[in-house]
Design a protein around this ligand. Structure first.
Ligand code: 4AD
Ligand code: MG
Length: 467
């Protein structure tokens, strides 16, 4: 076959260079044939749109045409021509076709309309479908938008460790990292495992959050963000929890909780606007196939001022709802850790807008949050979103050395792991704030997908680490 430089289908579909000879490569989505002509819809992943390859059946070997099956990989040379039918503006009149990779009828993606559950069992191939292609292109665009947002604001991207000896959230949900022989664990006289001879000479785990190291960086570089994988061994089999997820954690010196809320709101709106500006073809597909209100919801978020209210006020609204006959699965009272149904009631029923809830009871929040004068609450903030519930969790941090130390002692957090963190409060302590955005929760919102397993290429959840 004549060697011609490949054109990506996304570029080709914008071209008006009718009559030129081009080469495209990609995977067959569908083939239709009549006696005289065959039409092959080819996709190369650069866009959701296929290019139509038109073949005069007479000019090609019958055996070759039989190999143009759904899933097969082709290289096509042909002439770019203006399309007469509706849909695309251009198509390719094929001159030469080479089958780079055949695909037989055991290919799992031949049938349309498979369930999401089924698609998870073929996650190694599902990115070749329209839906998952759209989701993963949007995922890339959101990652890019996040870096751009922070870079343009003068934040530094700071890399925090993935292996750590401290439990940032103190929730005891860490996966251990060890090179010890689990069949022959050395224990001391009390039956405790001896980590002295383990790889790091102490117990180590995968991080649940980069925040603590992020705080060190904020008190040096001023404004930083992390963007990396985090791990939680929480046994929650829900459509919103993963054992491995990506988190973005900005941390800013001298920001108080109001600044923190302003940053969170501006940040999310920027990301959503970016999707509307740069991912419209994929969004239109998802709007049509997955969630009919998606684009409208995205547009409305960008234009809505998020409601801000305290946890205590939020509880009151929920208690009034219960008194008025609304049934929740889980109880509502001051002090309770809100369930997703409570968060969604506030957002979807009561305010019909995103809500930033602040000043939570200290018992249900992490040790590092700034303590309020009332002695009961801390300067926490959770951003709650329609369909998602909590999308961001953050706080102003406790900057006072003694208050922080007391809280660490109250909670029995081992100080040997925390001395370096406390040094930020010992040497030139400053007010500072930050938050964590769950990347996949943002993607759930932006794509309209309903299960978090379907917005990450290879989900890790209880009993699943395939691919
Ligand atoms: O509220 P979280 O636990 O907060 C922290 O980790 C803080 N250290 C963040 C900070 O202040 N720098 O988690 C932050 C966000 C949640 O709001 C949620 O969006 C997401 O991370 N998240 C999860 N996403 C998917 N699967 C899970 N298991 C998640 N747990 C939290
Ligand atoms: Mg949280």
């Amino acid at each position: 076959m004549e060697a011609i430089r490949r054109t990506r289908i996304s570029d080709l579909l914008k071209s008006t260079a009718y009559g030129t000879t081009v080469n495209v490569r990609g995977w067959v989505r569908t083939r239709r044939s009549s006696k005289q002509v065959a039409f092959v819809a080819l996709n190369d992943g650069s866009t959701i749109n296929n290019v139509q390859v038109v073949m005069d059946v007479d000019k090609f070997d019958e055996e070759l045409i039989k190999l143009l099956t759904t899933g097969a990989c082709l290289s096509v040379n042909g002439t770019l021509v203006e399309s007469i039918g509706g849909g695309q503006s251009v198509e390719i009149q094929a001159a030469e076709i080479e089958v780079l990779g055949e695909c037989d009828n055991t290919y799992p993606l031949q049938k349309k309309g498979q369930t999401m559950e089924y698609m998870r069992t073929v996650a190694h191939l599902r990115a070749r479908t329209n839906t998952f292609g759209a989701v993963f292109r949007i995922r890339h665009n959101m990652a890019y938008a996040i870096h751009k947002f922070f870079h343009d604001k003068g934040f530094y991207y700071f890399h925090t460790p993935i292996i750590t000896a401290s439990d940032c959230e103190g929730a005891g949900q860490m996966f251990q990292v060890t090179t010890m022989n689990l069949y022959d664990l050395k224990k001391d006289d009390e039956g405790n495992i001896k980590y002295d001879n383990d790889f790091f000479g102490k117990q180590a785990s995968l991080t649940v959050s980069g925040q603590l190291e992020g705080e060190l960086a904020a008190t040096a570089l001023g404004a930083i963000y992390t963007f990396g994988p985090t791990f939680r061994a929480e046994n929650s089999n829900t459509p919103r929890h993963l054992a491995e997820f990506w988190m973005i954690e900005p941390e800013v010196a001298f920001n108080d909780i109001i600044d923190n809320m302003d940053l969170a709101e501006e940040f999310i709106k920027y990301c959503v606007q970016w999707a509307l500006d740069h991912c419209m073809e994929d969004l239109e597909f998802l709007n049509k196939m997955i969630d009919k209100e998606l684009i409208e919801r995205l547009r409305s978020i960008v234009d809505t001022k998020f409601v801000r209210l305290s946890y205590t006020e939020g509880i009151k609204i929920l208690e009034d709802a219960v008194a008025g006959g609304h049934k929740f699965e889980f109880p509502v009272y001051w002090g309770v850790d809100l369930a997703s149904e409570h968060e969604r009631y506030l957002v979807e029923h009561h305010f019909k807008s995103p809500v930033i809830l602040t000043d939570y009871p200290k018992e249900i929040k992490a040790f590092y949050m700034k303590q309020n004068e009332d002695g009961k609450t801390v300067r926490a903030m959770d951003v709650l979103f329609p369909k998602i519930g909590e999308i961001i969790g953050g706080s102003e941090r406790e900057a006072d050395y003694n208050k922080l130390l007391t809280r660490i002692e109250e909670l029995g957090i081992p100080m040997k792991d925390m001395w370096w963190y406390l040094d930020t409060r010992r040497y030139g302590s400053c007010p500072h704030s930050g938050f964590g955005l769950g990347f996949e929760r943002l993607l759930l919102f932006v794509t309209g997908m309903s299960n978090i397993r379907d917005v990450i290429p290879f989900p890790r959840t209880p009993n699943n680490a395939d691919f």
